[in-house]
Design a protein around this ligand. Structure first.
Ligand SMILES: [Zn+2]
Length: 468
C-alpha cells in the first residue's frame, strides 16, 4: 500500500502523490505566534508535524520543511504596547523558549524558519497583485481588505476547508481583527493602516504606513520558499478557519494557480477531559510538565500515541503510562544490545517483519496507535525470545537495526550511553585491585562510580559500566 493521508480539501483519505514525481515534497507548517510560551496544545501540532516530516523521510521522500515565526500580529502588538518594549525585544525571548522546547520534544528543526517581519516586501507584492486583479480594495480606514465577493466573481470558491453559510453573511462587512469566528465571515484585512496603538510597529507601503494582516504572512513566506503550488500544508484544526481559508484565497487570488495539494489538520488537545484554560488550572506549558518531573520523550510519546485527527485527552495518568511504556522499550533495547555484543560492529539488515507492519500502519493516514501496537508486540516477542535464549547475536543485531529504523519516525529512543574514558580507566583499576585482593580499594572505586551515576555489572565477558 502506498501512503494515504486525509486531505481537508476533499474531506477524504487520499493516496499521497506529490506534485513533483522526483520524490521531493514541499511542506509548510504554521509556526508559533511568539507572544507567550507555547502551551502543550500548541505542541501537539508541532509534534504531529514532526511525525509527518519524519515519516515522509522514512518513506524515502526528500522533504523541504518550512515553519514560520509569526512575530507581528494583533496579540503581539498589544503586549508590546502594554509592556512598553520593542517588537524584537519582546518576541526574541519567546522565540528562543520555543526552540528550546522543540528540542526537548526531539522535533527535527525545519529546513527554513522564515520570520514574518523579514518578508514585508513579499507580502506587499501579493497585495499589489490582488489590487491589480480587483480582488483587494482600500477602505475608508485606509486599510486594504480582501473582497470575498470579487474573488468569488472570478470563479473562485471561498470556503474550501470549512462549510460556510453565505446566506447568513452580512453583505459588505469587513473584519480587521486577525482572529474571527465563522459566523462573521467577511472581507478581511491584508494590510492594516497605522494607528496610534501600533506604536513604532509599522512599515511603509504603496498604501501608506501600516502592518500586514496575519493571514498574508503565511501566504508570502510559504510561496517564497516552496513555490506558488506546493504539496503539504499543516496546522492545528483551529487554524482551518479563517487563517488557512484566507491563505488559500489570497494566494490563489494573486497567482491564479492552485496553492496547496494536501491540507492536514491536527485535532485539539484536552487536558483531563476539559478544554485547557488558566482558570480551570489545567493549562500547561512544556516547562510546567518538566518541572513536575516528566521528561520530553514521555510528553512526546503521549502526544503521538493517538491518531492526529482524534481529539486527544492529555492526562497526568497518561504521562505516567508513557513513562512505563518508555521503560519497557528501554529495557528491551538494552537487553538486545547486550545480546548483540558478540556480533561486534557489523551493520545488520533490519528485521523486515516489524518494519513492514509498522509501515502498513502509518501508511493508513498515519495510524500511529496501530503503529505503537506493532512496536509493543515486537517488544513482547523480543523479550520472550531473549528469555528463552533464542536470540543469537546476529538476530539481536537485526532486531536492534529494525528498532533504530522505526525510531527515526517515533523519535523517542534513548541513545546508548558510553561511559567516559576516565571511568572505564577506573573500572580497569578496580579489576587490578580485585586481582591483587585489595577489596577495600575495589569497593571504594565502586562507590566512586556510583556517585558519578554508573553501576558496575559483572558479566561473563568481564565488568561493564551501566547508567544508574
Ligand atoms: Zn499560518
Amino acid at each position: 500500500m502506498a501512503l494515504h493521508l486525509h486531505n481537508t480539501l476533499s474531506r477524504k483519505v487520499e493516496p499521497f502523490e506529490p506534485l513533483d514525481p522526483d520524490g521531493s515534497v514541499g511542506m509548510y507548517c504554521c509556526g508559533p505566534t511568539v507572544h507567550d510560551f507555547a502551551h502543550i496544545g500548541n505542541f501537539r501540532t508541532f509534534v504531529f508535524a514532526d511525525l509527518v516530516r519524519r515519516y515522509l523521510e522514512f518513506r524515502g521522500y526528500d522533504v523541504n520543511h518550512v515553519m514560520n515565526i509569526t512575530d507581528v500580529e494583533d496579540k503581539i502588538i498589544r503586549r508590546v504596547r502594554e509592556q512598553n518594549t520593542t517588537l524584537t525585544e519582546y518576541t526574541a525571548q519567546y522565540e528562543d523558549a520555543f526552540f528550546a522546547d522543540l528540542k526537548v520534544l526531539n522535533c527535527t528543526e525545519a529546513h527554513h524558519i522564515p520570520k514574518a517581519t523579514d518578508h514585508i516586501p513579499e507580502m506587499i507584492d501579493i497585495i499589489s497583485k490582488l489590487m491589480e486583479r480587483g480582488i483587494a480594495y482600500q477602505a475608508s480606514d485606509q486599510s486594504i481588505y480582501f473582497s470575498i465577493e470579487n474573488y468569488q466573481g472570478c470563479g473562485c470558491q471561498y470556503g474550501r476547508l470549512v462549510k460556510l453559510n453565505f446566506e447568513e453573511m452580512r453583505q459588505g462587512e469587513r473584519v480587521s481583527d486577525d482572529e474571527y469566528e465563522k459566523e462573521s465571515v467577511a472581507d478581511f484585512a491584508l494590510w492594516k493602516a497605522r494607528t496610534e496603538e501600533d506604536g513604532e510597529v509599522y512599515w511603509p507601503s504603496p498604501w501608506g504606513e501600516g502592518r500586514p494582516g496575519w493571514h498574508i504572512e503565511c501566504s508570502a513566506m510559504s510561496m517564497k520558499l516552496l513555490g506558488t503550488s506546493f504539496d503539504l500544508h499543516l496546522g492545528g484544526e483551529d487554524l482551518a478557519f479563517p487563517h488557512h481559508e484566507d491563505e488559500i484565497a489570497q494566494s490563489e487570488g494573486a497567482t491564479g494557480k492552485p496553492f496547496v495539494k494536501y491540507w492536514l489538520h491536527g485535532a485539539h488537545l484536552l487536558v483531563e477531559g476539559k478544554k485547557m484554560s488558566k482558570s480551570l488550572g489545567n493549562f500547561f506549558t512544556l516547562r510546567d510538565l518538566i518541572e513536575k518531573g516528566y521528561d520530553g520523550r514521555e510528553v512526546r510519546q503521549l502526544m503521538i500515541s493517538a491518531h492526529y485527527r482524534e481529539t486527544f485527552n492529555f492526562t497526568m495518568a497518561g504521562l505516567d503510562g508513557a513513562h512505563t511504556a518508555m521503560a519497557r522499550i528501554d529495557e528491551c533495547v538494552a537487553k538486545l544490545r547486550d545480546a548483540k555484543a558478540d556480533a561486534g560492529d557489523v551493520t545488520a539488515e533490519p528485521s523486515a517483519e516489524v518494519i513492514e507492519k509498522f509501515t502498513a500502519a502509518l501508511d493508513d493516514d498515519l495510524n500511529v496507535s496501530s503503529a505503537w501496537g506493532v512496536v509493543f508486540d515486537w517488544v513482547r516477542d523480543c523479550n520472550r525470545r531473549l528469555a528463552e535464549n533464542q536470540m543469537d547475536a546476529a538476530t539481536a543485531a537485526a532486531e536492534l537495526a529494525a528498532w533504530e529504523r522505526i525510531d527515526t519516525v517515533l523519535g523517542v529512543g534513548k541513545a546508548e550511553e558510553e561511559a567516559p574514558k576516565e571511568l572505564t580507566a577506573l573500572l580497569e583499576e578496580r579489576a587490578e585491585a580485585r586481582a591483587a585482593k585489595d577489596f577495600a580499594r575495589a569497593d571504594a572505586i565502586r562507590d566512586e562510580l556510583a556517585e558519578k551515576g554508573w553501576a558496575i555489572e559483572d558479566t561473563a565477558k568481564g565488568a561493564k559500566l551501566k547508567r544508574l
